[in-house]
Ligand binder design. Structure first.
Ligand code: PXL
Length: 287
C-alpha cells in the first residue's frame, strides 16, 4: 500500500451555533470530509445563529482565545491554513489578528470571511464601526471572501444592489486586494436574474474568473460558511482559486437546491450533508 500523505491541518476560528447549521457546525464536517484535519477554536457558543431567530443564548469565549493559542504554540502545532468567520467584537478581531501573527509560517494560508452583513444590511448585533476593525483583520489575510454588502462596508462605500456590470465587479475585486490580501473571492455576483455566483481575483497573476450556477430563489442561512469551507477544502486539495470557487459554488447551490426541494425553513441551514459525496467527487477530479 502507498504510504498515505501527511494530512493538511486547518485552524477554524468561528463561533459554534448549536442549531441552524453555520460556522463551526458546517466548517468542521465539510473540511474533515474533504480529507483535511480541522482544529477548532470556538469563539462563542450560541443556541442558534442570530439570523432570524430571537431569544438565542450567547456565551462569549473571548477569554479563552489567547490561552488556547498559547497552549497550541507550546505544543509547536502548525497549520496549513487558518480560517476565520463570524467574530463577535473588536476584542475578538484583535485577538484573532494576534493569532495570525503567532501562527503565520510564510507558506500557510490565512482565509478571512468578513462575516458582518448581507443583502445591503449590517447584521443587527454589529455597529457600523465594526467594519473598520474587520478591514484591519482582512489586511492580514491572504484570501478574503466577502459578499457584495461586506465588500461595500470594507471599502467604506454605499451598497449597490444588482444586477451588476463586469466593470463594477472587477473594480471592486482590485480595490479589495489593495487592502492587503492577494486573493479575493466575491460572492453574490450576478449579471442577470438567472445565474448567481462568485468572482475571483488573484493579484499575483492578475487572473479574474467567474463561477455561476442557476439561482435558487430565497435567502438560505449559513450558505457563506458552506461556501467558504468548500472553497478552502478545494484550495488545500490543490485547486487554483478560480477552480476552487467553481467547486464551492456547485456544492453550495446543490445543497441549497435540496433544501428548497424539501421546503425547509430558510433559517435552519442547508442540506450540505447529502451533498458531501458531490463535493468529494469534484475534489477527486482534481487529484
Ligand atoms: O453564518 C454566519 C454566522 C455565524 N455565526 C453566527 C451568525 C452568523 C450569521 O448571522 O449569527 C452566530
Amino acid at each position: 500500500m502507498n504510504k498515505l500523505k501527511k494530512l493538511k491541518r486547518v485552524a477554524a476560528i468561528h463561533d459554534i451555533s448549536g442549531f441552524g447549521k453555520c460556522s463551526l457546525t458546517v466548517a468542521l464536517p465539510i473540511i474533515s470530509a474533504a480529507g483535511i484535519e480541522c482544529s477548532v477554536l470556538p469563539t462563542a457558543v450560541l443556541s442558534t445563529h442570530t439570523g432570524g431567530f430571537t431569544g438565542f443564548t450567547y456565551r462569549d469565549l473571548t477569554e479563552d482565545i489567547q490561552p488556547i493559542a498559547e497552549h497550541w504554540k507550546s505544543l509547536d502545532i502548525k497549520f496549513d491554513a487558518i480560517y476565520t468567520g463570524f467574530l463577535g467584537s473588536f476584542e475578538q478581531l484583535d485577538l484573532v489578528g494576534k493569532f495570525f501573527d503567532t501562527f503565520r509560517t510564510g507558506d500557510n494560508l490565512i482565509l478571512v470571511d468578513p462575516v458582518m452583513a448581507d443583502n445591503g444590511e449590517l447584521y443587527k448585533i454589529f455597529s457600523p464601526e465594526f467594519a473598520v476593525g474587520m478591514r484591519r483583520l482582512c489586511s492580514k489575510a491572504d484570501i478574503i471572501i466577502p459578499n457584495l454588502t461586506e465588500a461595500a462596508l470594507l471599502l467604506g462605500e454605499p451598497y449597490k444592489p444588482g444586477p451588476y456590470e463586469k466593470i463594477y465587479i472587477e473594480d471592486i475585486l482590485k480595490r479589495l486586494s489593495a487592502i492587503g490580501p492577494q486573493k479575493i473571492v466575491l460572492t453574490g455576483v450576478f449579471f442577470d436574474d438567472e445565474q448567481l455566483g462568485a468572482a475571483t481575483y488573484d493579484a499575483a497573476t492578475g487572473e479574474i474568473a467567474y463561477a455561476f450556477a442557476p439561482r435558487v430563489p430565497g435567502y438560505y442561512h449559513g450558505t457563506g460558511d458552506v461556501f467558504g469551507s468548500a472553497l478552502l477544502s478545494a484550495i488545500l486539495n490543490g485547486f487554483t482559486l478560480g477552480e476552487a470557487a467553481a467547486v464551492a459554488v456547485r456544492f453550495t447551490v446543490s445543497a441549497i437546491g435540496k433544501t428548497a426541494d424539501a421546503g425547509t425553513d430558510i433559517r435552519f441551514g442547508v442540506n450540505f450533508e447529502r451533498t458531501i459525496p458531490e463535493l468529494l467527487a469534484d475534489l477527486k477530479q482534481g487529484e
